[in-house]
Design a protein around this ligand. Structure first.
Ligand code: SF4
Ligand code: SF4
Length: 193
């Protein structure tokens, strides 16, 4: 078998894997993604669409086409704040945030993403880890962990000092009383994977 044929087989196999992955994300999200007819009502209400430069329906389209790498590079994947406005505005009741949540959860750590999206993914993981163990976020711990993980020790130092002086970054974490319940939510989510 020639190298050209082998590499073409690899490409076809990789696309098939991506297609299966997207199908799994869509199924586990429980959303009627294939019913989307691109009316853009979701994008009109999404508070982060302009910052992301894309729309919830665009993200859905990438998944239905099985384009995992493109979806990983879509800023909306990491900018989405889970406000659920997209689902409330959608005539087909498609909550894109549910799809995004499943995509984030199922995306393998080994999958390469570049640039700002890589740091946002690291932040996302660290933030969830902190919520899981402390029940809420603690800015100072989160900043420290993020700087170690991204190795960008001096980035935004000036901003951090200003926030600290204004009392926006407390030294001691405030724990919540509901940590067992929070952990139970994480266990239930993990069971869905
Ligand atoms: S509002 Fe619903 S149907 Fe319209 S583009 Fe968005 S997801 Fe698709
Ligand atoms: S849940 Fe996410 S995608 Fe949907 S409107 Fe809010 S920020 Fe946009």
């Amino acid at each position: 078998m020639t190298n050209a044929v082998t590499s073409r087989i690899d490409v076809v196999a990789s696309r098939a894997r991506d297609g299966e992955f997207c199908t799994r994300v869509i199924e586990e999200s429980g959303q009627a993604v294939y019913a989307c007819y691109q009316c853009q009502r979701c994008g009109g209400g999404c508070p982060v669409a302009s910052a992301a430069g894309t729309t919830p329906s665009h993200f859905l389209r990438l998944l239905t086409l099985g384009l995992v790498d493109e979806a990983l590079k879509d800023p909306l994947l990491w900018f989405c704040v889970g406000c659920a406005t997209c689902g409330a505005r959608c005539p087909n009741e498609i909550s894109t945030n549910e799809v995004i949540d499943r995509f984030r959860a199922l995306t393998s750590d080994k999958r390469d993403i570049a640039g700002e999206a890589k740091d946002i993914r690291i932040f996302h993981r660290l933030f969830l880890k902190q919520i899981r163990y402390l029940g809420r976020s603690h800015e100072l711990l989160l900043i420290g962990a993020l700087k170690m993980a991204t190795r960008k020790l001096l980035k935004d130092v000036g901003l951090g000092i200003t926030m600290f002086k204004k009392g926006k970054i407390p030294l001691v974490p405030h724990l919540t009383g509901g940590i067992p319940e929070v952990r139970s939510i994480f266990r239930k989510r993990a069971g869905k994977r």
